[in-house]
Ligand binder design. Structure first.
Ligand code: NAD
Length: 337
């Protein structure tokens, strides 16, 4: 790490940052692609134990690659982004933090709350920036919704995040893989903690839960609902927020956001499309991380927030057995012969 960087940010805010990426899978290759195009960034390279993934990263990004984390750390990055499998987040984060390297770790922050808290404590003790990759906050449609509900009294939130089975099944189900995005959004929209969790889960086809209907209540009294599954043949992502004065609907894929307002006694109301930006969410996330590294200010998504969202997701999975659909109707999906 360069000696001109203090552990708590950097006096020279315009300085080029040397950034490495851990994991050359789907997300890590995207991180590297975006970082390679950012001004003020020198992409140190991407580390992955699999030669085929390193070759693919070279073809897509054209950056140096390393077979081990140690080799990459020897190249002296100021910051790393970690997109290795979730069960490695703790060990990789701690190894980087021990060298006073700033860390952006993909969501979920870790496999358990205890591991997440270890990362948070280590980063705090070392005085390095730790941000969690809850990239949906940087979706311009989500940002437009957040802006529209500013100063509004939120009453309820409903989020749908459904789609087909992922091509490669990891060892987590829809709650940890998908719903954790929306748990983070509910906490961020309401600026409140989730205090009550009522999950309904089922594993219809996969080993882990592949359908989840999750209900929440926040400390501020907002009711929220997440509908997520891997049984829908197409991707859909939508958010609706009811406030005392507005009803806002956002499609996170088409990025169309509308708001109903001006409710009249006769049931009529006004409606308008909100202006939504065009930023690539991952680019905006990485820029926010690097800004936090340079300024030493708190990052847009703190480690504590990452742990809080993971804790709620795990609570959904730890719910009493009565809320898990039984008997599990496991079996292959019907397909045309
Ligand atoms: N923010 C999002 O929207 C989003 C989307 C997908 C995945 N993710 C997260 O990103 C992480 C990676 O997911 P993915 O879909 O890219 O998985 P992936 O399986 O495509 O990629 C993981 C990569 O890490 C590599 N790897 C394994 N051990 C390693 C090690 N010791 N050091 C370095 N690399 C190692 C693997 O070889 C693989 O190339 C997960 O934590 C996941 O939850 C986030």
């Amino acid at each position: 790490m360069s000696s001109t960087v203090s552990a708590k940010g950097n006096a020279d805010e315009g300085r080029v940052l040397r950034v490495g990426v851990v994991g050359a899978g789907v997300m890590g290759t995207n991180h590297a692609r975006v970082l390679a195009g950012l001004p003020g960034v020198e992409l140190v390279g991407i580390v992955d134990p699999l030669p085929a993934h390193r070759t693919r990263a070279v073809e897509i990004v054209g950056c140096p690659t390393f077979a081990t984390l140690e080799e990459m750390l020897e190249a002296g990055p100021d910051a790393v982004t970690i997109a290795a499998p979730t069960h490695l987040h703790r060990d990789v984060s701690l190894a980087c933090i021990a060298k006073k390297i700033h860390v952006l770790v993909e969501k979920p922050i870790a496999s358990s709350v205890e591991e997440g808290n270890e990362i948070v404590s280590a980063a705090r003790a070392a005085g390095v920036t730790l941000m969690v990759g809850h990239v949906e906050r940087f979706n311009p449609a989500v940002a437009a919704i957040k802006q529209a509900i500013k100063d509004e009294e939120i009453l309820s939130i409903a989020i749908t995040r459904v789609g087909p089975f992922p091509p490669r099944m990891s060892n987590v189900g829809v709650v940890i893989d998908l719903a954790v995005h929306d748990i983070d959004l509910i906490r961020w929209f309401t600026e409140s903690d989730i205090v009550d969790v009522q999950p309904q889960l089922a594993s219809a086809v996969a080993e882990r839960e592949d359908i989840a209907l999750l209900q929440f209540r926040t400390a501020s009294g907002v009711l929220a609902h997440i509908n997520t599954n891997w049984l829908t043949p197409f991707k859909a992502r939508s958010v609706t927020v009811a406030t005392r004065g507005k009803y806002i609907q956002g499609d996170l894929l088409t990025r169309q956001v509308t708001e109903c307002f001006g409710f009249q006694r006769d049931g009529s109301y006004s409606m308008r499309h909100l202006s939504v930006g065009h930023d690539e969410p991952l680019r905006a996330e990485l820029v926010a991380f690097l800004d936090a590294v340079r300024s030493g200010n708190a990052p847009a998504v703190t480690g504590d927030e990452g742990v809080a969202s993971l804790e709620i997701a795990i609570k959904c999975l730890d719910a009493p057995a009565g809320s898990i659909a039984a008997p599990l109707r496991k079996g292959p999906r019907a397909v045309a012969s």
